[in-house]
Design a protein around this ligand. Structure first.
Ligand code: NAD
Length: 496
């Protein structure tokens, strides 16, 4: 039995009419568990019409009312985390604790958005000119869309929708077709929280739906998170159509391990960040740059930890690492390990070998040493449980390697030297930096985003930049003159 996974339009489940669907798998068993509807352009029009009508009302809702809905949503999300985590694990494969972790990080964004009355507070200048006051206000854009990746089916939509809705917009989510059910659970919670129908829409689909969103005159802005080629495409097509676009792309995150680092702590951190969620995180550490003498002890310490990790079904409490998202992706990742080996990397631990569950899309942990920058295991985002170690002689050489990479999402330095860490923070050309912190995802009251090919557009996701993205500024200059002093003056207005 497979489940039909339908759209959520105008506050209710709406069966697709396009006749096109896509299979959804349980990656731990390999079984098809659902068929998700893929939207047509006509269905997109219906969704935008509903969202547009709802947005016109919602922009008039008081800030305290919006905040109350967000508080209610926050409570429901918190209470029903175990249910949502189970949905995520069943379609994504990540372990339940990791699924609960992504919900907790998404929840932070909802909590941030509950402060919308304060976040939208503008400035006021009295007496900018004689008898003239100036103030600024921020207003919603109308209907905005989010296109999200498979690897965080709850957190990334929450990065976007909490702020978008708090700011007075209607939000249309096009989730990944690989794990679409979490989006519908969020829709149900929004409804239970009292959000009016039409303000949170889930439109499932593929390129047809995404292109439709990018072209639709009724959509004012698009937030995207996914791979770099698609992020670039989304940015170019969306902005060509006059929309605001923030498009976050792929990553190749380096850990720089200095000779003075605590080797055991660095190894614990690198293993956690390389293999957590089977490496399918945009903030995964996929390259360890070992400086000088730390290289061999670091490789030994990482290798010693890998046999202790249990690979299996994410619903099993003993499992550390679940399967990959699809069979094709698992085979692609395994292909990179082979390519690295052929190119001369040392395979210290081979994830293709060993005792893995036979059903499902499993691959073990791989550790490659003596990786060099021209190998495809280094140049490409693999998005799997593969860690490459690049050995360098100096801090400068390591820094140069990181700064030469096309991706610049996150990075982390491991050291006991505060001066070296401070220097790295200043020198490194990457958007998010960890100092002895392996996955430096900013808290919700900062903003998230990489540099270079990890982000197209100039606005980072969520936090203060998210509030700016989902609103446009208006500046009002006012005076209340005495009619008796009124006169015609064709000169340009001056403040002095
Ligand atoms: P993806 O780019 O394949 O898909 C992302 C979204 O784009 C999905 O909703 C998908 O349906 C849609 N899409 C795919 N191909 C399209 C096309 N040709 N035209 C229009 N839309 C298309 O990414 P994914 O495999 O779902 O997710 C993994 C990628 O996301 C990795 O590269 C990862 O680094 C990246 N990611 C980045 C961040 C970040 O914050 N920078 C966060 C999470 C994931």
């Amino acid at each position: 039995m497979t489940t039909r996974i339908s759209h959520w339009i105008d506050g209710r489940l709406t069966e697709g009419t396009s006749g096109r669907t896509s299979p959804v798998y349980n990656p731990a068993t390999g079984a098809v568990t659902g068929e998700v509807d893929l939207a047509s352009l006509e269905e997109l029009d219906t969704a935008v019409a509903s969202a547009s009508a709802a947005a016109k009302e919602w922009r008039s809702a008081s800030l305290s009312h919006r905040s109350a809905v967000l508080f209610a949503f926050r409570e429901l999300l918190h209470q029903r985390t175990p249910e949502l985590a189970a949905i995520i694990t069943s379609e994504h494969g990540k372990v339940l604790s990791d699924a609960a972790g992504e919900i907790a990080r998404g929840l932070e964004n909802v909590e941030f958005a509950t402060g919308v009355p304060n976040l939208l507070k503008g400035g006021f200048t009295e007496q900018a000119a004689t008898g003239v006051d100036v103030y600024n206000i921020r207003q919603p854009l109308g209907v905005v869309a989010g296109v999200t990746p498979f690897n965080f089916p709850a957190m990334v939509p929450l990065w976007m929708c909490a702020n978008a809705i708090a700011c007075g917009n209607a939000f249309i989510l096009k989730p990944s077709e690989k794990d679409p059910s979490a989006a519908l659970f969020l829709a149900q919670l929004w409804k239970e929280a009292g959000l009016p129908d039409g303000l949170f829409t889930v439109l499932h689909g593929d390129k047809v739906a995404v292109d439709g969103l990018l072209d639709h005159l009724g959509i004012a802005a698009v937030s995207f998170v996914g791979s770099t080629p698609i992020a670039k495409y989304i940015y170019e097509r969306g902005t060509a159509n006059g929309k605001r676009v923030q498009a976050l792309g792929g990553a190749k995150n380096h850990a720089l391990v200095l000779p003075d680092a605590d080797v055991d702590m660095a190894a614990d951190s690198v293993v956690s960040a390389a293999y957590g969620s089977a490496g399918e995180r945009c903030m995964a550490l996929s390259v360890a740059v070992a400086v000088g003498d730390v290289a061999q002890p670091l490789v030994d310490a990482i290798a010693a930890r890998l046999p202790k990790l249990t690979v299996g079904d994410g619903t099993d409490a003993d499992t550390d690492m679940g399967p990959l998202i699809t069979a094709e992706h698992r085979d692609k990742v395994a292909g990179y390990v082979g390519a690295g080996q052929e190119a001369g990397a040392t395979v210290v631990v081979d994830g293709r070998e060993g005792d893995l569950p036979t059903d499902g899309f499993f691959l073990g942990t791989t550790l490659l040493d003596h990786v060099t920058p021209e190998m495809t295991v280094y140049t490409d985002e693999i998005f799997g449980p593969v860690l490459s170690v690049v050995r360098v002689d100096t801090y400068e050489e390591g820094l140069e390697l990181i700064n030469s990479n096309q991706y610049a999402n996150g990075t982390a330095i491991f050291t006991r030297d505060g001066g070296a860490a401070r220097r790295f923070q200043f020198d490194v050309e990457v958007g998010m930096v960890g100092i002895n912190v392996p996955i430096p995802v900013p808290v919700a009251y900062y903003s998230f985003g990489g540099w270079k090919d990890s982000l197209f557009g100039d606005t980072h996701m969520y936090g203060p930049e998210g509030i700016n993205f989902y609103t446009r500024g208006k500046v009002v200059t006012q005076r209340w003159p005495d009619p008796a002093t009124s006169s015609v003056d064709l000169g340009f207005p001056r403040t002095r």
